[in-house]
Design a protein. Structure first.
Length: 133
């Protein structure tokens, strides 16, 4: 009698396992069909995707190369500008020191005297103006 009860319990357990696994297996079958369809579509479109990716990569490489060249040109130009600015700074310091020398003071004063003499001669040689009353 114990054998029959245990066989009955065992058969009920197997029946419950089968009842729960059948929908699971059915769902797995549907997923596998969907994956097969997805794999087929991917295999058809993958070469075109890879070709577009290679073209994009080539374009990116060319763009990066052009940008690098432009940056190098800009760096050379900036170095030249910095060199010119350095020359101007050196020239400015030399001129500042030179303006303090008596020779440059003499030239500045002589220029002022020459302008004064020029104005005096212009006024002296011009016609006399009539005064308005």
């Amino acid at each position: 009698m114990y054998v029959e009860i245990s066989l009955l319990c065992l058969s009920l357990a197997v029946l419950l396992i089968v009842a729960f696994t059948v929908p699971l297996l059915w769902q797995i079958r549907k997923v596998v069909k969907g994956l097969a369809l997805t794999q087929e579509m991917l295999q058809k479109s993958l070469p075109a995707i890879l070709q577009n990716l290679e073209e994009s990569l080539g374009t990116m490489k060319r763009t990066a190369h052009i940008v690098n060249e432009q940056v190098e040109v800009a760096a050379v130009a900036m170095k030249r500008i910095q060199a010119i600015a350095g020359v101007f700074m050196e020239l400015e310091s030399v001129v500042r020191l030179g303006l303090r020398l008596p020779y440059f003071r003499f030239l500045r004063n002589a220029g002022a005297v020459a302008r004064g003499v020029k104005v005096f001669l212009n006024v002296y040689t011009s016609r006399p103006r009539k005064l308005r009353q």
